[in-house]
Design a protein around this ligand. Structure first.
Ligand code: SAH
Length: 213
């Protein structure tokens, strides 16, 4: 599959839509304008790639809505060289956005089918994560901590303690918390035991599940 002028044009329209919805971060908008989202979907569905909607991928999971990806990415305030942990690799789209922002990305996926598919696909289109891991994101990745930021891309029924403890000082955790509906929550680590908490509106995600599958 290719990236054509038509795709590029549709992508620019998507970027305009995100701007009207309130996304301001230039680096995030540039990343979304650059990444061929249609390649992250099965070929029969590529007409859906540049509308601002979530879409089914393999293993009953979804590629997040572009607005949600942009919103979460903006909250992370990634600086080039930051060490970032993602929970829920899925299609790899969010991972590609983080790599475009200059992050060194570690990403965990609990569905083996998706893990395998995305591990092959991302390098094929030029996106190299530091490490893609098949495992359970509830535990984080203690051997690589601390992280400058951590992003959870599935709805968490509660905030896993290991994720807070694996943040660097001034590090940021962005996590949608809740069962049916999730509240986007930002934690900023101010000290060893001190966290600032911000709640930033409601979103809907597939659930963060325990253990791997
Ligand atoms: N970031 C992805 C979004 C995928 S949807 C993208 O851009 O496409 C959320 C993903 O989280 C799913 O792939 C799901 O399998 C995964 N997931 C759910 N619970 C998990 C857990 N405990 N650890 C790791 N991944 C998990």
């Amino acid at each position: 599959m290719k990236d054509t002028f038509k795709h590029q044009g549709m992508r620019q329209q998507l970027v305009e839509t995100l701007i009207t919805k309130g996304i301001k971060d230039e680096a995030v908008l540039k990343a979304i304008g650059k990444i061929p989202r249609h390649l992250f979907m099965d070929s029969g569905f590529i007409d859906h790639a540049y509308v601002d909607k979530a879409f089914p991928i393999a293993a009953d999971q979804t590629i997040s809505q572009p607005y949600t990806v942009a919103f979460q990415s903006e909250l992370l305030q990634v600086k080039p060289g930051d060490k970032v942990l993602e929970i829920g690799t899925g299609s790899g789209y969010q991972c590609a956005v983080l790599i475009e922002l200059g992050a060194k990305v570690y990403s965990i996926e609990r569905q083996q089918e998706l893990f395998k598919k995305t591990s092959k696909f991302l390098p094929k289109i030029g996106y190299r994560a530091k490490k893609l891991i098949f495992g359970d994101g509830y535990k984080g990745l203690p051997e690589e901590a601390p992280f400058d930021s951590i992003i959870v891309t599935a709805g968490a029924p509660f905030v896993p303690k290991p994720l807070l403890s694996q943040l660097a000082i001034n590090g940021r955790l962005v996590i949608p918390v809740g069962d049916d509906v999730q509240v986007m929550t930002l934690f900023i680590r101010k000290g060893p035991k001190e966290f600032e908490k911000h709640e930033l509106g409601e979103f809907r995600f597939v659930p963060l599940l325990e253990d791997k599958n």
